[in-house]
Design a protein around this ligand. Structure first.
Ligand code: SF4
Length: 241
């Protein structure tokens, strides 16, 4: 089976535990205003790889993975966009007893995602916002699939780290942050939360692709604002990354 890959990262340290081989798959339904990989949205931009080739790439880094309790993370783009390709890569990785993670927005068809999740050890779940109108403004898609996905992860007790991007003037309303925090509080499967300060590292890609970068004039969050956002999660009894 073949699929389209955006890129690989051989020694990732931020996308799950330990040192990880990170696979960026091509394709995403969302259009997040702060996306730093807008070149991953459409299938026309990817590089074709077979599952065998991807697995061979991943296997080169097994020693690092083993020594660091790491593994492989599939991100993107959106891992569930090319669901058959992603599903087969994960199945093969589990056959090799390699730890697997997916970094997803949860915007997917749950019927398709369910069997794929059987070969996933942990999920990095990006919750863009809790207020539905803000979610729509950030990602141009509705929040409901993410909520359903998160509830399913809770139901199957899948180890999960939640990620939340703090964007001044967009996601930083305390009501919004408290909404995310209250939603995940009490989910036994959520181990920790990561507050990611908005950055503009992907801005040049938007320009190269001829897309309008709407956050051009948005300020980066101040350290004290990041601290306040983190404090909201801590006050809800959640552990931070
Ligand atoms: S879900 Fe990720 S890849 Fe897709 S648009 Fe949002 S930030 Fe970009």
């Amino acid at each position: 089976m073949k699929g389209l890959i955006h890129s690989f990262e051989s020694a990732g340290t931020v996308d799950g535990p330990g040192i990880r081989f990170v696979i960026f798959v091509q394709g995403c339904h969302l259009r997040c205003l702060y996306c730093h990989n807008p070149d991953s949205w459409h299938l026309k931009h990817g590089h074709e790889y077979s599952v065998d080739q991807v697995i061979e790439e991943a296997k080169k880094y097994r020693t690092y993975m083993r020594f660091s309790n790491g593994g492989v993370t599939i991100t993107g783009g959106e891992p569930f966009f090319q669901h058959e390709f992603t599903g087969e890569i994960l199945r093969r990785l589990k056959e090799l007893s390699i730890h697997t993670a997916v970094d997803t927005s949860g915007f997917c068809n749950l019927n398709i995602a369910r069997p794929i999740l059987e070969n996933v050890d942990m999920v990095l779940l990006d919750i863009k916002s809790f207020l539905p109108d803000v979610y729509m403004r950030v990602a141009y898609r509705p929040i409901e699939p993410t909520i359903k996905f998160a509830r399913y992860l809770q139901e199957i007790n899948k180890r999960t780290w939640v990620r939340f991007v703090l964007v001044p003037g967009l996601t930083d309303d305390p009501k919004n942050i408290k909404g995310v925090a209250s939603f995940i509080t009490g989910m036994q499967n959520v181990e920790k939360v990561e507050v990611l300060p908005f950055h503009k590292l992907g801005e040049y890609k938007w320009e190269e692709l001829g897309y309008k970068y709407r956050l051009k004039n948005t300020q980066l969050p101040k350290p004290e604002d990041v601290h306040k956002a983190k404090q909201i999660f801590i006050n809800h009894g959640l552990q931070l990354h």
